[in-house]
Design a protein around this ligand. Structure first.
Ligand SMILES: [Fe+2]
Length: 350
């Protein structure tokens, strides 16, 4: 079993040849050329023993040797030490072996007598290739790590959204219900499964910016003052800014920012109008609206289903909410599906 690779192994070369004179000539040339870490072996079997002790970047091996020849050594190295490259040395009558070696995964071959500059050029190409492989592996690992950190951050943000709901008895499970309603509307509108998931995630996180709103404003049992309302109105933009740096949440940032926009331009924070408001944000808007008016709040009782439908219809007639999305919402209410996703309106009352 090879030991773990150390930086010093990255330029280690194993020279394998049964002819001592050739082996030593090549080894001393390599040392003179600046490669300090050169090990010699007289045949394939001894070479494998050396490879079991430590890592080599490159094996340069003769083909015809007693005990174990170069082609078998090549096959064993490819199988058990895939990180090590192999170059073979061939006599002038062994070209077919050299071709076979290349087919079996050798990096290159040298014909005897050596042309040392060819050997050096091959060694440099091997090291360059291995350097690039290591770099690409490091980048892969980095990407994987980033992906897993992003996934943790997403879980963390979802936990924060849940905490915001828990902070107030009146909003307990509001984000979760809003997500369920948004998912139902997405399915009713026959959006793709990926799109429905994205919208449900946006709905779960839509109020995350309320982290920056003081509890005394969130739970105020009565109308907000203009100053308090101004603070409350900052939560969509704050939430969007909170999620924007997390790349897996970027697809939901627009929903978070625009879940209080109205089609007639009277919403906030950007006062968007009509088609400027994407469908996903309109879905979250109506889902949030419906759950808010049919749930208890500190300043009022929940509306009945008929009352809530009337209010949404009025909002559509006034040009604030999307009539098409609202029709799908009413279909879900009338078919009884809404009851399944919404908890009883008394939930959370203490
Ligand atoms: Fe909100």
């Amino acid at each position: 079993m090879a030991l773990r690779e150390h930086d010093s192994d990255r330029e280690a070369i194993l020279v394998v040849d049964d002819e001592e004179a050739i082996r030593q000539t090549l080894a001393s040339f390599l040392r003179q050329s600046g490669f300090d870490d050169i090990v010699e072996a007289p045949n394939g079997e001894e070479a494998l023993k050396a490879l079991d002790e430590r890592t080599f970047a490159l094996v340069i091996t003769d083909i015809s040797m007693p005990v174990m020849g170069g082609l078998e050594l090549l096959a064993r190295v490819r199988r058990t030490h895939p990180e090590t490259d192999v170059a073979v040395i061939t006599g002038h009558l062994e070209l077919e072996f050299a071709i076979q070696a290349i087919k079996n995964g050798a990096f290159d071959y040298f014909k005897k007598p050596f042309r040392f500059e060819e050997v050096l050029s091959t060694i440099h190409r091997v090291f360059e290739k291995q350097h690039l492989q290591r770099r690409s592996l490091e980048l892969e690992l980095l990407k994987e790590r980033r992906k897993s950190e992003e996934a943790h951050l997403k879980e963390f943000m979802l936990a924060l959204a849940h905490i915001i709901d828990l902070k107030s008895p009146y909003t307990r499970e509001h984000s979760d219900r809003t997500a369920k309603i948004a998912r139902m509307l997405g399915e009713s509108l026959e959006l793709s499964a990926d799109e429905v998931e994205r919208i449900a995630l946006g709905a779960r996180l839509h109020d995350i910016g309320k982290l920056g709103v003081p509890d005394c404003i969130l739970d105020k049992p009565g109308p907000l003052t203009p100053d308090e309302y101004a603070i409350m109105k900052e939560h969509p933009a704050r939430g969007a800014e909170l999620c924007r740096p997390i790349s897996c949440l970027q697809p939901v940032v627009s929903m978070i920012r625009w879940h209080h926009e109205n089609l007639d331009g009277t919403g906030y924070p950007d006062g968007l109008r009509g088609d400027q408001i994407p469908l996903d944000a309109r879905i979250v808007r109506i889902s949030d609206y419906w759950d808010a008016i049919t749930s208890h709040r500190s300043y009022r009782s929940p509306m009945s289903t008929d009352e809530a439908i009337r209010v949404i219809e009025q909002e559509c007639e006034a040009g604030r909410l999307d009539g098409d999305v609202a029709r799908h919402l009413f279909d879900c209410v009338r078919s009884g599906m809404m009851k399944k996703v919404q908890a009883p309106a008394t939930i959370g009352l203490i």
